[in-house]
Design a protein around this ligand. Sequence first.
Ligand code: IMP
Ligand code: MG
Length: 174
Amino acid sequence: MSTRKTILSKAQLQKRVSELGAQISRDYSGKSLVLIGVLNGAFIFMADLARAIELEHVQVDFIRVSSYGKSSESSGEITLSKDVELDLEDKDVLLVEDIIDTGRTLAWLHHSFQQRKAASVRICTLIDKSERREVDIQPDYTGFVVAEGFLVGYGLDYAEDFRHFPEISHLELS
Ligand code: IMP
Ligand code: MG
């Protein structure tokens, strides 16, 4: 049995994503931005964020890593199961992630993208969950800081379920 308690409504998500889009548009003015979404969790955030960015040139690609297995406990192991296909040389890369928890996934990705001769590599996360941080990694753009709990919806899953909910909720398992 599980119960859900909404912590971020559709309207709150929409407002904050618009603000992030405006900030990114200002910061990358005149540049060639490449958004790289981290699958599967970032797919909804990425789709909304891309449409909130008002730049002439924005390319989009995805990467897939897994660090979680099928439960809410991190396995600690990161595997790359889909790489980017765009050429990133001299591009301004923005990694788009759903949530930072321990920080291991993004630290690993950030390091890996710095090897690829991109002009810059920055991080945008919808949620920064600070409670279990193990690696010192600071996102450049953060939607919301959430202290604790396991979250689902708006792309976030529990055992691949619940990604489709339009709001973000705390999941309580009993
Ligand atoms: P990290 O490597 O511990 O920072 O884990 C990051 C990944 O774990 C995220 O991309 C999510 O896929 C997953 N994750 C961490 N916390 C949550 C959560 O509260 N709900 C759903 N997925 C989570
Ligand atoms: Mg994820």
